[in-house]
Write a protein that binds this ligand. Structure first.
Ligand code: MIG
Length: 828
């Protein structure tokens, strides 16, 4: 272990009794406006508060106890985010200063710089300082331990913070952010791999978010230490936070991702099913996995090579015996519809025979200790040196390493592991290791939480550079705010247990609302082996996770879809097939994430945010705008109570519609499916079944429209599925509005973008029409279209691909009210 001083938890150890007193701002002496949108408040004890109005509902607060700031630099903020300061006014009043925008009213007290931020429209407080900003001088390292304390608003609840494994609602809990390799973590493990210092507060007066952009080890306390107080602090750096106001909690995430960025569109294949294990080797075994999928006709798009493909775990090399012809193997798999994804670790083996290490030494690419010695640590290859990814020239050099893997061999995705960073001896780097931090030299105390992010940023650049114009696909285990711009992520080394199935659901929901929607867990569990039922239930849930990959440590048994007996195989296959049919919905939902930052997974409390009964729900989640998914997280469960928020719902599978009661409705849950409900009025695009994305060159879509007595809109995004043309508007982004009455259904469709589909027809299925309907006629753009029933009796019409308006009318039949109508039971 590093010495006590460097072990991180000195906030615990050095209490004021040891001479580290809490210090507070004094009284405002001067108010100045250094630039447009910026207000500086300086106190008599030299505390400077700089308030920057970024958008009407987005304001930044920066504090310095020394009356001045060091140069402003952030890895989290999207370099392409440059909004014009919105109109605002600054007014001095007796007790302090007020700043008003169209959305917010901010008051800062003359004494102590305490802020109250209120909704400008309702006048209600959103967020209020208790102690406000305070600090301790850091006698060990210089600088300060910076702290903030706010009060709870009446009925306030908290969500977010990235990949914490506890219940969604953070109220009453406390967390640290310090990226850690947490093998077999549990529901209370903290910290975990990712560092996302962003949370959402929700209460009767409204909803807001706070992003504390500070990369030092930080702590968030939602009333654990002091009831009804929220506190956040960091072991160094600045008290530097952004405040976001939103009409809804999802708006808050949207605002957060305007600041910290959004990813580009992924290659469509990346939304298919992925198969991984530690490890598939040699070559013949890897190919056989591919064959296993095709023989059984289980769809799959990507196969993974874990560390054993390398020569002695040396990154960017191949074990020549296990994989004599990587290029041929990758090409053969590609022909069969599989993309190959390989793992990369940050540690490079100290070995004079190893050219990447030699070059790293020659070019001085590795991290050094405070006295200038190279930092060493053991990982899989043995003793390693570690690139300082916080240096631009190191990232450049790292990106170049992908020339052969990506450019020549044809690897299509890179999986970035161990980038917390993880080191066998001490868990992670010593705190005294030096980093460049893009020209702001610092110790590992400051760079730790961004190390993995900068690694995957460099990897993404390598994929871009050698990927022949294709979209990039990289995965990361560690992350800091903003990492969503560079990579997809997985939740690390979980366990094959029912508890972990639920934890995976929590983590993915939480990461999605924390700006990282492209997320998934190791399906089935990484450690240990799932029972057939557990594996199946996990797959059924992960159909609705943006990143869908089975992975296991491989120590305990096989974990392929066919490893659990024939009955399970066919049910797993059925679930994966559902994923492939739903790909257009998943892709459209991804587009909403890319274009406006809307989380792909939406936790119930954030959707039903006006309903306090929803605040502690964590099981049901929304996938996109219209699907409500309820994972089955207990063994042998044959049904469960669930919560349906406002609105009319159909079972996705058979249009059985739960009646009247919304809360605590019981649903039966047969083993072949998990409950999925769809909003009445939704129009969801589906694809015919493919074994991999692109198997059918221009799949003919099927639009399923669920009748509603009212109006609903749906989004449908289409493009080439890869390449960069989408950035130039070569897509079709349709908004479809459904308006229904007891005897009619109208669809109108508008789109933006210049993409022309390669298919010519769309199949439309009208679902959930009022019972007893008869004499249906359908017209598309004024032309009558014949209909025929599908196997469930739903009318199907085949429409030209460019249809813009559809009208269906029918006569109401006479339907006797069934006796069961008033009961709460439904089957999915
Ligand atoms: O020390 O590469 O989380 O997914 O299979 C373990 C081997 C290193 C940890 C990753 C896991 C991966 C494993 N890695």
């Amino acid at each position: 272990m590093a010495s006590d001083e460097f072990s991180g938890n000195y906030m615990e150890k050095h209490r004021p009794s040891e001479g580290w007193a809490d210090l507070f701002p004094g009284t405002i002496r001067t108010i100045s406006r250094p630039s447009e949108g910026v207000v500086d408040l300086l106190t008599d004890n030299q505390v400077l508060l700089r308030i920057q109005v970024i958008e009407a509902g987005m304001v930044r607060f920066r504090f310095s106890p020394e009356g001045r700031f060091e140069s402003d630099f952030s890895y989290a903020v999207d370099p392409d985010f440059h909004p014009e300061p919105p109109s605002h006014e600054v007014v001095e009043f007796g007790d302090g200063v007020a700043i008003r925008t169209a959305a917010l009213s901010i008051r800062v007290s003359r004494n102590g710089l305490k802020t109250t931020i209120s909704d400008a429209k309702t006048g209600k407080p959103l967020c209020q300082d208790d102690k406000g900003f305070h600090w301790q001088d850091n006698k060990t390292f210089g600088g300060e331990v910076v702290k903030m304390m706010k009060t709870y608003q009446p009925g306030e609840h908290f969500y977010g913070l990235g990949d914490k494994s506890c219940d969604l609602n953070l109220r009453g809990r406390r967390f640290d952010l310090w990226g850690s390799d947490t093998y077999a973590f549990g529901p209370d493990s903290d910290p975990l791999y990712k560092n996302i210092p962003f949370y959402i507060g929700m209460h009767r007066g409204g909803t807001y978010g706070i992003f504390f952009d500070n990369t030092f080890r930080s702590r968030f306390d939602f009333g654990a230490e002091q009831p009804n107080r929220t506190a956040f602090s960091a072991e160094g750096g600045e008290m530097n936070y952004y405040f976001f106001h939103g009409e809804t909690p999802l708006d808050v995430t949207r605002a957060y991702t305007r600041l910290t960025g959004r990813p580009g569109m992924p290659p469509l294949w990346a939304l298919g099913y992925h198969q991984c294990k530690w490890s598939y080797y040699p070559d013949a075994v890897f190919r056989a996995i591919g064959k296993g999928f095709r023989d059984r006709q289980i769809p799959c798009d990507a196969l993974y090579l874990d560390i054993d493909y390398m020569d002695g775990y040396r990154c960017f090399t191949w074990d020549a015996e296990r994989f004599p012809d990587p290029k041929g193997m990758v090409a053969d798999l590609e022909k069969d519809g599989f993309k190959t994804v390989v793992i990369i670790d940050p540690g490079l083996k100290i070995d004079p025979e190893y050219s990447v290490w030699r070059e790293g030494i020659e070019k001085d690419m590795f991290c050094r200790r405070q006295d200038g010695n190279l930092a060493k640590g053991s990982v899989w290859p043995g003793l390693c040196h570690f690139p300082d990814f916080t240096r631009p020239d190191v990232r450049e050099w790292w990106a170049e390493q992908f020339k052969e893997l990506v450019g020549d061999i044809g690897v299509r995705g890179v999986w970035n592991d161990m980038n917390e960073p993880a080191v066998f001896e001490d868990g992670t780097f010593s705190h005294d290791i030096r980093h460049d931090y893009d020209g702001h030299p610092c110790s590992h105390r400051k760079a730790h939480n961004v190390y993995g992010m900068q690694m995957v940023r460099a990897t993404q650049e390598g994929l871009r550079r050698f990927g022949d114009g294709k979209r990039t696909f990289s995965i990361t285990r560690s992350a800091y705010a903003g990492t969503q711009r560079h990579a997809c992520a997985w939740t690390g080394d979980n366990v094959a247990s029912w508890e972990h199935l639920h934890i995976a659901s929590l983590q993915c929901q939480r990461l999605a609302i924390s700006g990282m929607s492209f997320i998934g867990s190791d399906v089935g569990g990484f450690i240990e082996t799932p029972t057939p039922e557990l594996y199946l239930r996990w797959v059924q849930m992960a159909v609705f996770h943006p990143f869908f990959r089975t992975h296991s440590s491989g120590d305990h048994g096989d974990q392929e879809p066919w490893s659990f007996g024939e009955d399970t195989t066919s049910l797993v296959k059925q679930a994966i097939e559902m994923r492939y049919r739903l790909l257009p919905v998943i892709y459209s939902t991804f587009w909403q994430y890319v274009s406006d930052g809307t989380p792909m997974l939406r936790p119930m409390p954030l959707v039903a945010h006006r309903d306090p009964d929803a605040y502690w729900r964590s099981t049901e989640f929304f996938f996109g705008d219209h699907l409500l998914v309820i994972p089955m997280t207990r063994e042998s469960e044959e049904g469960r109570f669930l919560y349906l928020p406002d609105g009319d719902w159909f079972s996705y599978y058979d249009d059985a519609k739960p009646k009247s009661v919304r809360k605590d409705i019981w649903v039966d849950c047969p083993i072949d499916r998990i409950p999925v409900f769809v909003h009445a009025g939704a129009v969801l695009p589906h694809w015919p079944l493919q074994q991999y994305v692109g198997e059918i060159p221009h799949p003919e879509p099927e639009l399923r429209a669920w009748w509603k007595n009212g109006t609903e809109t749906s989004r449908w995004y289409e493009d080439d599925g890869d390449g960069q043309a989408w950035k130039e508007g070569v897509y079709r982004d349709s908004t479809i509005t459904l308006e229904g009455s007891p005897t009619s259904l109208h669809l109108t469709r508008q789109w933006t973008g210049s993409w022309t589909p390669g298919y010519s027809k769309i199949r439309l299925v009208l679902r959930g029409l009022p019972k007893g309907w008869e004499a249906l006629t359908v017209q598309a753009d004024g032309t009558t279209i014949p209909t025929a029933p599908d196997e469930d009796g739903n009318p199907v019409a085949v429409l030209p691909h460019g249809f813009k308006a559809l009208m269906a009318v029918w006569k109401a039949g006479v339907v006797p009210e069934p006796a069961a109508e008033t009961e709460t039971a439904a089957t999915v």
